[in-house]
Design a protein around this ligand. Structure first.
Ligand code: SF4
Length: 245
């Protein structure tokens, strides 16, 4: 079991099933903002007090009948029960299903409508330094999911000194080879404990967006401070959710 919390947004009628754990060990993982982890592998995510049984998850989702179900938190595909919950959401709830955030290591999946993939870097050496994993399987999985007809989105964290502008632009250019209409989000790095990198400036973020817009039609950006990242509901009503399990 890896899912430990479910939230629901009654206005937008989406539920989010939150996972614990990830297959990557990114030193700059933003989960460290909450856990205060010190950068040791495997310590980025705060461990939940308890996990939900599959029947609890089914009951909670049935109680709200969401139109969309998102699975996220760390890397949601580490949850062994994900395939049966995707099938449940599609077959019984008639909901659309998404990976709200994924590192792309297990795509495509049956009964999945779409995914938002964090593409970490373009160069193999940078990707390895960032994630500990090779880049090619991730990009291949993204392309396979796109070609299978999933609604695909991508994002990248711009980290001056680690994931520089050349990396960000190369990822955007690669996406454009699939389709220039794939939504792409550039996130400014939010400094986490124990890492040497600085938050990009506003000018650096503008340049990152400008470079990506050379290739892609739908480029958005966020440039949050640590404090803003810890309270997203103050900035976006989609985060004003109710806990249902
Ligand atoms: S893939 Fe995402 S959730 Fe997993 S360690 Fe890296 S940044 Fe954190």
């Amino acid at each position: 079991m890896a899912f430990h919390r479910i939230t629901y947004h009654p206005t937008y009628r989406f539920a989010t099933v939150h996972n614990y754990g990830c297959t990557f060990r990114c030193p700059i993982c933003s989960y460290k903002l909450r856990s205060g982890a010190d950068g040791r592998p495997g310590h980025a995510h705060p461990r939940p007090e308890r996990f939900l049984a599959v029947e609890e998850i089914r009951a909670a989702l049935r109680s709200v009948a969401p139109e969309k179900v998102y699975f996220m938190g760390g890397e949601p595909t580490v949850a062994a029960e994900l395939p049966e919950l995707l099938a449940f959401a599609r077959d019984e709830l008639k909901a659309r299903t998404y990976l709200g955030h994924t590192n792309g290591s297990k795509l495509p999946l049956a009964n999945l409508n779409g995914a938002n993939v964090g593409l970490k870097a373009w160069d193999e050496a940078v990707h390895l330094a960032y994630t500990g994993r090779p880049r090619q399987p991730i990009f291949d999985n993204f392309a396979a999911a796109f070609r299978a007809g999933l609604e695909m989105k991508a994002n990248v964290v711009y980290v001056p000194g680690l994931v520089d502008l050349d990396q960000v632009e190369a990822v955007a250019a690669w996406l454009a080879e699939l389709s220039c209409d794939i939504p792409f989000h550039v996130m400014g790095y939010i400094p986490v404990p124990g890492q040497p990198y600085a938050r990009p400036s506003s000018e650096q973020m503008d340049e990152a967006v400008r470079l990506c817009r050379k290739h892609l039609t739908h480029v958005a950006a966020s440039h949050l401070t640590s404090q803003e990242a810890l309270d997203l509901s103050a900035r976006d009503d989609r985060f004003q959710v109710q806990r249902i399990a």
